[in-house]
Design a protein around this ligand. Structure first.
Ligand SMILES: Nc1nc2c(ncn2[C@@H]2O[C@H](COP(=O)(O)OP(=O)(O)OP(=O)(O)O)[C@@H](O)[C@H]2O)c(=O)[nH]1
Ligand SMILES: [Zn+2]
Length: 201
């Protein structure tokens, strides 16, 4: 079988193929010992295909698609949006990991500011892909640096991975924290200020 989809870790090559996803789910049901033609499962491959289309929609989006609204407010101090809900999918086991992201930046003195909701949209662009948490974190930080050209960026992601909760090591409640800090936010005092804002309840 030819495989038209190849990934470079940065984004997609290829379209979402709903028919192929549906056939694959049907195969998977057979593989686990189920009957995909029984009443309750008949519509499942189609449903799962549509769900995957949504869950992996970020493969077909670029950060530039969401960081559209930029304006100059003359604000050149830190802007931080905390507790942005994250739903992503572990690329090792294809089960969810979920939690929150905190995204902050220091705009350039004469630089671009974006709408607050756009930071949450940016999180979704990268979360809605097969992911590892470290890459999710750095992709958010690096795309912000590239597009807004701020003086600094801080991204902290805290998630629980279902692949550690419901299977394998089975440690529900364990949280993984990852951070990516760029530009002036690497300065110890500024970094400490950002981290204390993030960690404050
Ligand atoms: N660094 C990192 N590891 C992850 C992430 N999501 C899942 N993992 C880990 O990926 C690893 C895959 O390990 P393997 O030994 O190949 O797979 P496995 O046999 O299913 O491993 P177990 O989960 O330990 O049962 C596991 O240790 C997972 O906990 C992530 O976002 N970042
Ligand atoms: Zn996993």
């Amino acid at each position: 079988m030819t495989d038209p989809v190849t990934l470079d870790g940065q984004g997609p090559i290829g379209e979402f193929d709903e028919k192929r996803a549906e056939a694959a789910v049907r195969e998977l049901l057979i593989a686990v010992g189920e009957d995909p033609d029984r009443e309750g499962l008949r519509e499942t491959p189609g449903r799962v295909a549509r769900a995957y289309k949504e869950i992996f929609a970020g493969l077909h989006q670029e950060p530039e698609d969401v960081l559209t609204t930029t304006f100059d407010l003359g604000h050149d101090e830190m802007v931080l949006v905390k507790d942005i809900e994250v739903f992503s999918t572990c690329e090792h086991h294809l089960v969810p990991f979920r939690g929150v992201a905190h995204v902050g930046y220091i705009p350039a003195t004469s630089g671009k500011i974006t709408g607050l909701s756009k930071l949450a949209r940016l999180v979704d662009v990268y979360a809605r892909r097969p992911q590892v948490q470290e890459r999710l974190t750095t992709q958010i930080a690096e795309s912000l640096m590239e597009i807004l050209e701020p003086r600094g960026v801080v991204v902290v992601v805290e998630c629980e991975h279902m692949c550690m909760s419901m299977r394998g090591i089975r440690k529900p409640g364990a949280k993984t924290l990852t951070s990516a800090v760029r530009g002036q936010l690497r300065d110890p005092a500024t970094r400490a200020e950002a981290m204390s804002l993030i960690m404050a309840g």
